[in-house]
Write a protein that binds this ligand. Structure first.
Ligand SMILES: C[S@@+](CC[C@H](N)C(=O)[O-])C[C@H]1O[C@@H](n2cnc3c(N)ncnc32)[C@H](O)[C@@H]1O
Length: 232
C-alpha cells in the first residue's frame, strides 16, 4: 500500500511513522509519502489559501494550488487522477470512516489523502479532484492531519505484517468475523481483584463455551442503542 498525504504540516507525521505497527507496515513494503502544497503553489509568498467569496470568517484552501500540487506530483490532470486512484479529501461532512470502508481502502494498492486546514477546501477540490470525501466523526478538528493519521492507522494495521499477531486484526470490533458487532470484553490476571471476579467461563478452558460466551457479549453490545444525534 502506497499512501501519499498532501498536507501543509508534513512534520506532524514524523511521530506517527515511527509507531511500531506503522513502522512494521512500512518495513513490509508499504510507503507513506508527504507532499506540501505550499511547495507547489503558483502564487507568491507561498500562498495556499484565500478569503471566502460571500464573506465570513477564515481562509479557504485554493483549488488552483491543489491542482498545481497534484499535477506536479503525479504528472497528470487531477481530474483524470481520481479515475486511476482513490483521492480522499478529509472533511467533517464526508462519508463516515467505519470498518467496512477501512477494509475497502486496505484492498487498494495506493491512495492519496488531502488534508484540509483553516475553513477547509474550496468546494471545487471536492467536486473535481476527490474520488471520496471521508470524515472520521461528527466533530471538527483544526486540520486533516489527525484525520489522515486515523485513516492510515486503521488501514495499515489491516495489512499483513503490521501487527505482531495476525489474529489480532481478525476478530475485532465491527469486523466481519463478529458480524459487525463490537468486540466482547477481555480480562487478564489477576482472576479476582478487589472482589471483581473474571467470568467463570473464561477460566473453564472450554473453548466452545468461551466462544459462545464471547459471541453473546458481542451481540449484546451491538444491540445497544446508537448515541442520539444532537437535538434529537
Ligand atoms: C477546521 S476544519 C474545517 C471545518 C469546516 N469549516 C466545517 O465546518 O465543516 C479544517 C480541516 O480539518 C479537517 N477535518 C476537521 N474535522 C474533520 C473530521 N471530523 N473528519 C475529517 N477531517 C476533518 C478537514 O480536512 C478540514 O478541511
Amino acid at each position: 500500500m502506497k499512501i501519499d498525504v498532501f498536507t501543509l504540516f508534513p512534520e506532524w507525521f514524523g511521530w506517527f511513522s515511527s509507531q511500531r505497527h506503522v513502522a512494521n507496515a512500512l518495513a513490509c513494503g508499504s510507503a507513506l509519502e508527504y507532499v506540501n502544497p505550499r511547495e507547489h503553489t503558483p502564487l507568491g509568498a507561498g500562498q495556499v489559501d484565500d478569503t471566502p467569496f460571500g464573506g465570513g470568517a477564515g481562509m479557504v484552501l485554493r483549488v488552483d494550488v491543489l491542482d498545481s500540487a497534484l499535477r506536479a506530483h503525479y504528472g497528470v490532470d487531477p481530474v483524470e487522477l481520481r479515475e486511476r486512484r482513490r483521492v480522499i479529501a478529509l472533511a467533517p461532512s464526508g462519508r463516515p470512516l467505519d470498518d467496512a470502508l477501512v477494509d475497502e481502502l486496505a484492498a487498494e494498492a495506493e491512495m492519496t489523502l488531502l488534508c484540509g486546514r483553516y475553513e477547509g477546501f474550496d468546494e471545487r477540490i471536492l467536486e473535481h479532484f476527490a474520488s471520496d470525501v471521508v470524515s472520521i466523526g461528527r466533530y471538527v478538528l483544526s486540520g486533516g492531519e489527525l484525520a489522515a493519521m486515523v485513516l492510515c492507522d486503521a488501514v495499515l494495521r489491516k495489512l499483513p505484517g503490521a501487527l505482531g499477531d495476525e489474529r489480532s486484526a481478525h476478530e475485532e470490533s465491527f469486523s466481519a468475523a463478529l458480524d459487525g458487532d463490537p468486540e466482547y470484553p477481555h480480562y487478564t490476571r489477576p482472576a479476582e481483584y478487589r472482589g471483581w471476579r473474571v467470568p467463570d467461563v473464561l477460566l473453564s478452558g472450554h473453548h466452545q463455551r468461551i466462544a459462545a460466551w464471547r459471541r453473546e457479549r458481542s451481540r449484546e453490545r451491538g444491540a445497544a442503542a446508537e448515541p442520539p444525534r444532537r437535538g434529537a
